[in-house]
Design a protein around this ligand. Structure first.
Ligand code: ADP
Ligand code: MG
Length: 489
């Protein structure tokens, strides 16, 4: 049915697991993959008489996040008990923040789309954040390994989370994905979360509603626990169409929590509003209010790295990169650092070719080898040397690929030595080139005639012949010039 008549409204809740060594209220390790319950302390399993002690590192990370999104870091926030029963929650409540969260407001500006024109034309969109609060994760029920029983693993119980809640500002799945990606980049950039989505360190709940333009907000359904950007996109797109179809068929949307099934690509109801919990929140009497001093905030601010948005702007302004290039190169701090090191070695004038090699050949190789840019066999300085030799005409772009191959396969090799050893130097001797061109013109009278008769394409054939005769060492631009001169064009 017609999507044009409908406006989509999306708000995201993202759970980022904070990368502290120990849990938010106990000293137990947060390392992933340990044997079940090996990392569940007396506090995590809620033995009588134990008391939670707040992990300062978790608070520090929340402050960093607040500063990164230009939010208010609350000078005083409060931990509350969120009461519900579930086998993986030994205390019978989760410690979270409710009325007074640690981070209030803020916004991020994201780039949506990649195209230069048309439907996929890129644009900037600012999304406001409502809040971000600290809380503990629950444990995990295991239903597969035990016959007729469920296992409980409490290793994850008490793992620190930052729940990041957006305003309902997104208007399409593309905007929601761009926002989720930007936050994913940001939390890794400021080193508060490892971003590992397979391990559940970064998961999204998407609240989706539709309305006719001008109407008040429609009733939303919340899609729980999306752990990949592809699923986020698919789930939202399916949900939008389902809601539109339902309303256009005369139905009404009931507020509900739904799950996305990646196998069918559909969402299905988990619980309706009627079964919604009453969590009976109240301040946790075991924990003092969290008070953050001006001094702590100032010290944290001083230690913040340059943020991706600022870096993007700088790459565009100083080095003339396109918005697309700037976004790609700031997808992670390591990629940005690699690029900056390459430009520092190659010179600002070669920023664009450095960007192209990093986003092209290098990214493809790293991807194929499943290697991170931090252990790239080709260093920024080597890449800069390669780019420099193409720029100064020593080698062609094609020969550059061969040099790159050699650099990749033999770490610590030197660009100039590879060029020498493989005989990749372009022909810069104009006498030799003149001679080859004369031979080619004499051997191809038909192409010469066609070109003179106005057929531009015939020149390409001649360029090809010259390149072949020079065994690829002639400079194509120079070949073009010499040919045109000799043909009196
Ligand atoms: P809850 O605590 O019940 O999940 P909140 O009011 O905190 O509800 O909202 C959760 C998320 O839902 C927020 O990201 C918010 O922006 C989003 N949201 C609220 N109303 C709507 C709506 N009508 N359509 C889409 N998203 C919405
Ligand atoms: Mg919610």
């Amino acid at each position: 049915m017609s999507r044009q008549n409908w406006e989509v409204v999306i708000g995201l809740e993202i759970h980022a697991q904070l990368n502290t060594a120990s849990k938010i209220f106990s000293g137990a390790s947060t390392a992933f993959g340990a044997e079940a319950n090996a990392q569940a302390s007396a506090v995590d399993i809620a033995l009588p008489g134990v008391l939670p002690v707040l992990n300062k590192g978790a608070v520090e990370r929340a402050i960093r996040f607040g500063l990164a999104i230009d939010a208010e870091v609350a000078r005083k926030s409060v931990f509350a008990r969120k009461n519900y029963f579930y086998p993986d929650l030994p205390k019978g409540y989760q410690i979270s923040q409710f009325e007074l969260p640690v981070v209030v407001g803020g916004q991020v500006t994201v780039r949506v789309g990649e195209g230069l024109s048309g439907e996929n034309r890129a644009y900037d969109k600012t999304i406001r954040l409502t809040r971000a609060h600290l809380e503990e994760d629950a444990g995990k029920s295991l239903h597969e390994d035990f016959h007729g029983m469920s296992g409980i693993d409490l290793n994850r119980a008490g793992t620190p989370l930052l729940e990041i809640v957006s305003e309902p500002d997104m208007r399409s799945s593309a905007e929601a994905v761009a926002y989720a990606r930007a936050l994913h980049t940001l939390v890794r950039w400021i080193d508060i979360c490892d971003g590992n989505m397979q391990e559940g360190s970064f998961r999204c709940d998407a609240n989706v509603s539709v309305r006719r333009p001008g109407e008040p907000l429609g009733t939303r359904r919340e899609i729980k626990n999306l752990n990949s950007f592809r699923f986020l996109q698919q789930a939202i797109d399916y949900e939008i169409q389902w809601q539109i179809d339902t309303i256009e068929d005369g139905g009404k949307i009931q507020q509900a929590t739904v799950l996305f099934d990646p196998d069918t690509g559909e969402t299905r109801m988990m619980r309706s509003k009627e079964d919604a919990h009453d969590y009976r929140y109240f301040p946790d009497p075991d924990l003092l209010p969290l008070v953050i001093s001006e001094d702590w905030i100032a010290r944290t601010r001083a230690a913040m790295p340059e943020l991706p948005a600022a870096m993007r702007t700088r790459f565009e302004a100083d080095w003339g990169l396109s918005a697309y290039d700037a976004v790609t190169l700031t997808a992670s701090r390591d990629t940005a650092a690699f690029f900056e090191a390459a430009v520092a070695a190659a010179g600002a004038a070669l920023a664009k070719p450095c960007a192209n090699w990093i986003m092209g050949e290098l990214a493809a190789r790293l991807n194929k080898a499943e290697r991170d840019i931090t252990d790239s066999p080709v260093s920024p300085a080597q890449l800069a040397a390669l780019v420099g030799r193409i720029a100064d005409g020593t080698i062609s772009n094609n020969a550059g690929k061969k040099v790159f191959d050699a650099l990749w396969n033999e770490p610590d090799s030197v660009v100039d030595a590879i060029i020498e050893a493989q005989g990749l130097k372009q022909m810069n001797d104009s006498g030799a080139l003149d001679a080859i061109v004369d031979e080619v013109l004499a051997a191809n009278p038909k192409s010469v005639e066609e070109f003179r008769a106005g057929k531009e394409k015939a020149l390409n054939a001649l360029v090809g012949q010259v390149m072949k005769a020079s065994r690829g060492k002639a400079n194509p631009t120079q070949v073009n010039e010499v040919l045109r001169r000799k043909l009196g064009a």
